[in-house]
Design a protein around this ligand. Structure first.
Ligand code: FAD
Length: 341
């Protein structure tokens, strides 16, 4: 098996708070890997309200969810954190002085400190209400695309009318043997440009578009052979497919964090307000996932929590080095880390 990645800190969750943690940890010389089940950074801000303005980020009178994410990415750039998107941290094992984390995609990272910035939980795809779908999941029914190559020469069926359904129809069409998009309406909740591109490919006969709902799956041992589609007029027909990607949106579930042996209070992780450490030394929880007396689920609270957490994390990684308090405005050593010229 592959050698595990080794780093100082693993941050679980690339929401705004996980991103700012990279900054605070970077200032105290800690290297981070950041893992998120989503395909991009920003957590709730970019997934739930990318275009809505936020009005209570200090010194930014108005900033959209996506702009805030982009600015945080720019601010943490000097620290070279490594990102693992489309990966959910599933397992946490204790080592002598740290942890070994394993993702659902098989990435293994060993670290000295874990920062849980898991927000409202891991974004989890909504499962379509199709009898027996569990038997196909991970074999021929997938809720995300890890590798485009996995779909080469397949008869791919994509279900849904949002950006994911449209984007993946466009991206998989060139490699798939055939690509069929099924959506229950002829209205899409996706970028108009993608919808236009999709209809162009339909005109050319490169994509098949069917109006209707998938009502049944057919196949054996988890291998899909086709589905039944119910058209708006109530008539049903069979559609061949050996891979299906339903994109029915996401919900947030606490997920695997619940199995890591930490104290929980109603799906939140209790922490102290000095270091934001959990019931387990070296494991911190910051942002929406934590709870303490007076907690406010605001982005600015998470930023503060990240700063205090980093002080204690430094002590675990460098027990013999003392941290001196410094301002970024006046410290040449901090400015050097930030690449200030
Ligand atoms: P999140 O943004 O929830 O990010 C957590 C990330 O962790 C997610 O991407 C998730 O996929 C990932 N994750 C979780 N578990 C795992 C795992 N096991 N493996 C891999 N990844 C995992 N706040 C304000 O301060 N001001 C506002 O005006 C404001 N407006 C809002 C409007 C709306 C509509 C909503 C929904 C929220 C609003 N909020 C606002 C709240 C704000 O978005 C949250 O406080 C903030 O997103 C919390 O950041 P976070 O980094 O803690 O978590």
């Amino acid at each position: 098996s592959e050698e595990p990645i080794k780093t100082d800190v693993v941050i679980v969750g690339a929401g705004p708070v996980g991103l700012f943690a990279v900054f605070e940890l970077g200032l105290v010389d800690l290297k981070c890997h950041v893992v998120d089940i989503l395909p991009r950074a920003g957590g709730q801000c970019s997934e739930l309200y990318p275009e809505k303005p936020i009005y209570d980020i200090p010194a930014l009178p108005t900033v959209t969810g996506q702009e805030l994410t982009d600015r945080l990415m720019e601010q943490i750039e000097p620290f070279g954190a490594e990102f693992h998107f489309n990966e959910r941290v599933d397992q946490l094992e204790r080592l002598d002085e740290g942890f070994r984390l394993t993702t659902d995609g098989g990435i293994v990272i060993e670290c000295k400190v874990v920062v849980i910035a898991a927000g409202g939980g891991s974004f989890t795809p909504k499962r379509p209400p199709l009898p027996g779908i569990e038997n196909y999941e991970g074999k021929s029914v997938f809720y995300s695309v890890k590798k485009i190559e996995d779909f080469r020469d397949k008869d791919v069926l994509i279900v849904g009318g949002g950006d994911s359904a449209l984007d993946w129809s466009l991206n998989l069409q060139p490699v798939a043997k055939s690509l069929t998009l099924v959506h229950r309406r002829d209205q899409f909740r996706a970028a108009p440009d993608s919808v236009n591109k999709m209809f162009k490919l339909v005109e050319n006969g490169d994509i098949k578009f069917e109006l209707g709902q998938v009502t049944e799956l057919h196949g054996d041992d988890g291998q899909l052979t086709g589905v039944t589609v119910k058209a708006p007029d109530g008539k049903t027909f069979e559609q061949e497919a050996n891979a299906m990607l339903p994109f029915f949106g996401l919900t947030m579930k606490l997920g695997p964090v619940a199995d890591w042996g930490l104290n929980l209070e109603e799906n939140l992780i209790p922490v102290d307000t000095e270091k934001f450490e959990t019931s387990e030394p070296r494991i911190f929880a910051i942002g929406d996932i934590n709870t303490y007396a007076g907690k406010l689920k605001l982005i600015l609270s998470g930023f503060h929590e990240a700063a205090l957490m980093a002080q204690k994390a430094h002590e675990y990684v460098y027990p013999d080095k003392k941290l001196t308090f410094q301002y970024t405005t006046s410290s040449t050593s901090l400015q050097k880390k930030l690449g200030v010229k």
